[in-house]
Write a protein that binds this ligand. Structure first.
Ligand SMILES: Cc1ncc(COP(=O)(O)O)c(C=O)c1O
Length: 376
């Protein structure tokens, strides 16, 4: 379907095209090549972490992180249900059990009090997400992890560049996952990364992502025998994709600035015109990067339909994972998460992207006004 205003548009420029075409024109090193290490160094430096390993998706990156941290059968991992399903699936990939905790309503991140309730002697890790570009209450979660000797893996798929004070997301966890899927802050189409300060985890990640092979140099252009020392996968990002990542990361500050500017205008207009909705907010000292612009509203489904009829795409991020067919019927989950369930019934993500114009924002607001004038 073609929308008058889609939910997101990718921000790209001629440098993206040039770097990708240069990588192609090299005529070799399409799988493994120098762009990968360069992109990894740039990400680590941008976040302020020691190591970064890139992957072919955020999901495979998270899978690899759980393997590297040796999370396995018999372990429990505390996750939100108010997330994209991959966060909850990651423990299942390694035979561990996802245990859902509820969220708090300020950031839509994991609620520390409920996390504490869910800790058992089997708990090995916590995987909070930073929802839609807003850091969760990550310092509290770090404290809980330290107090209970748990691994903290940040799912920062949606929040590259967000920070608490001066500290960027990605610097709180033992490892952090990023996604470069097409609706994220920067994108390589699909792609992901793990950031960590642990040399040991970084080395394990490199083995896991490439067949468990001890790569002493570029496998494809070396005659050297390289041994296979553990079970591994092919979770590699290609050198062509990494070229795009480099060009995208160079623009990240501009991209975030444009998103924040559009958000400011949209929030001002909505606050002025429509009393029935709650606009997004974040705690003091939190730097929100607005990968998503999510409002809360009663009559959400009717508003969504009205906007769709006007050519404006909106979406529900997220419907609870514990209520999906797979978790409820196949895995037999029957937990109650009241805040998650209530929030999921009210949230609506509106279009938000760097090149969204004030005229487009005005159109969204006018259409929303029309809807509320009728139902008032
Ligand atoms: C919170 C969250 N976790 C995990 C993922 C999975 O990332 P990817 O789509 O790169 O596999 C996404 C992105 O869709 C996400 O939003």
């Amino acid at each position: 379907m073609t929308w008058k205003i889609p939910l997101f548009k990718i921000y790209w420029d001629e440098e993206d095209v040039k770097r990708v075409s240069d990588a192609i024109k090299a005529g070799m090193n399409w799988a493994v090549g120098p762009n990968i290490e360069k992109f990894e160094k740039m990400i680590a430096e941008y976040i302020g972490a020691k190591y970064c390993a890139v992957f072919n998706s955020g999901t495979s990156a998270l899978h690899a992180a759980l393997l590297a941290h040796e999370i396995k059968q018999g372990d429990e991992v505390i996750v939100p249900s108010f997330t994209f399903i991959a966060t909850a699936n990651a423990p299942l990939f390694v035979g561990a059990k996802p245990v859902f905790a509820d969220i708090e309503e300020e950031t839509y991140g994991l609620d520390s009090e409920d996390v504490k309730e869910k800790i058992t002697e089997k708990t090995k890790a916590i995987i909070p997400i930073h929802y839609g570009g807003c850091p969760c209450k990550i310092t509290e979660l770090r404290e809980i992890a330290d107090d209970h000797n748990l691994i903290l893996i940040e799912d920062a798929a949606e929040s590259l560049g967000a920070r608490v004070g001066d500290k960027k997301v990605g610097t709180f966890g033992d490892s952090t996952m990023l996604s470069f899927c097409q609706n994220k802050i920067i994108t390589t189409g699909d792609g992901g990364a793990i950031i960590t300060d642990s040399r040991e985890i970084y080395e394990k990640l490199k083995l896991i992502r490439s067949h468990g092979r001890l790569e002493t140099s570029d496998y494809f252009s070396s005659t050297e025998y390289m041994d296979y020392i553990t079970l591994g996968y092919n979770f590699r990002m290609s050198n062509i994709v990494a070229a795009l990542g480099i060009a995208q990361l160079k623009k990240i500050d501009k991209i975030i600035e444009m998103r924040r500017k559009n958000t400011k205008y949209l929030t001002e207009r909505l606050k002025q015109e429509i009393k029935e909705i709650i606009t997004p907010n974040s705690p003091k000292d939190y730097y929100h990067v607005y990968q998503m612009y999510t409002i809360r509203v009663d009559n959400r489904d009717k508003l969504m339909k009205h906007l769709a009829d006007s050519g404006i795409m909106t979406k529900v991020y997220f419907s609870p994972v514990h209520l999906t067919h797979f978790y409820k019927n196949e895995l037999g989950y029957a937990c109650k998460l009241p805040v998650t369930e209530e929030t999921s019934n009210q949230v609506l993500t509106l279009p938000m992207y760097p090149t969204l114009t004030n005229e487009e924002i005005d159109y969204i607001v006018e259409e929303m006004k029309k809807f509320f004038e009728v139902i008032r």
